[in-house]
Design a protein around this ligand. Structure first.
Ligand code: PRP
Ligand code: URA
Length: 216
């Protein structure tokens, strides 16, 4: 079986609504942060569908014993927010994954070269190979930052087929790069935008996500 990158754009009214709020240039930081939180929540909900590990058990209801499915506590779940902007999606993700370990990865894109450089790496030395990893970053533009994040994860034993990316705007150049390098990867995004401008910003996109989240 040949693997192919899968990109899901869930057709959900809440996701569409909060994307519209985030795209609007007139949205102030405080509301932009709410939009990121809500998008983090609903996109993580969608991503968890075929990703969160479960196990079968039995429970005793007040009336009878019945079969039940619960989240498997033995399999590690990790969230990797790409700083800074990935922090905007973290709160929403954490409300659904309260037991997940959070490993921060700080990447900043050089404004001239558009190459990312890493200024903080809190990843573990080695991931358990069964670990479910969720990466959060609202913007996939050239794809350089996500490619760098994936390389760090793979080097530490993360399985790309058990990895999910939650973003808000995924641009075509980033999807092409990720598809060529990680065909088993699955991405959940609120939208796919086709192009970048000459400064590497996604058009129409939503501007500089980190600046809008943190009011800088
Ligand atoms: C933004 C964004 C991504 C990256 C996407 O971060 O959050 O990490 O750019 O661009 P790319 O796909 O071309 O690499 P930025 O480097 O601006 O840092 P910030 O989150 O601190 O604002
Ligand atoms: N980073 C952002 O925050 N926005 C873009 O459009 C591209 C990269």
């Amino acid at each position: 079986m040949t693997l192919q990158l899968r990109v899901y754009v869930p057709p959900h009214p809440l996701i569409k609504h909060w994307l519209a709020v985030a795209r609007d240039a007139g949205t102030p930081s405080v509301l932009f942060r709410s939009a990121m939180t809500e998008l983090g929540r609903w996109l993580t909900y969608e991503a968890a569908r075929d990703w969160l590990p479960t196990q079968e058990t039995t429970v005793q209801s007040p009336l009878d014993t019945c079969l039940a499915t619960v989240i498997d506590p033995q399999i590690p779940v990790a969230v990797v927010p790409i700083l800074r902007a990935g922090l905007g999606l973290l709160e929403g993700a954490q409300t659904l994954l309260p037991l997940a370990s959070i490993y921060h990865l700080g990447l900043a894109r050089d404004e001239e070269t558009l190459q990312p450089h890493c200024y903080l790496n809190k990843l573990p030395e080695k991931f358990d190979p069964q670990t479910r990893v969720l990466i959060t970053d609202p913007m996939l533009a050239t794809g350089g930052s996500m490619m760098a994040a994936m390389a760090e994860l793979i080097q530490r034993g993360a399985d790309p087929t058990l990895t999910r990316i939650v973003c808000v705007v995924a641009a075509a150049p980033a999807l092409q790069k990720l598809s060529a390098a990680y065909p088993g990867l699955i991405i959940y995004t609120a939208t796919i935008d086709e192009k970048l401008n000459s400064k590497g910003y996604i058009v129409p996109g939503l501007g500089d996500a980190g600046d809008r989240i943190f009011g800088t």
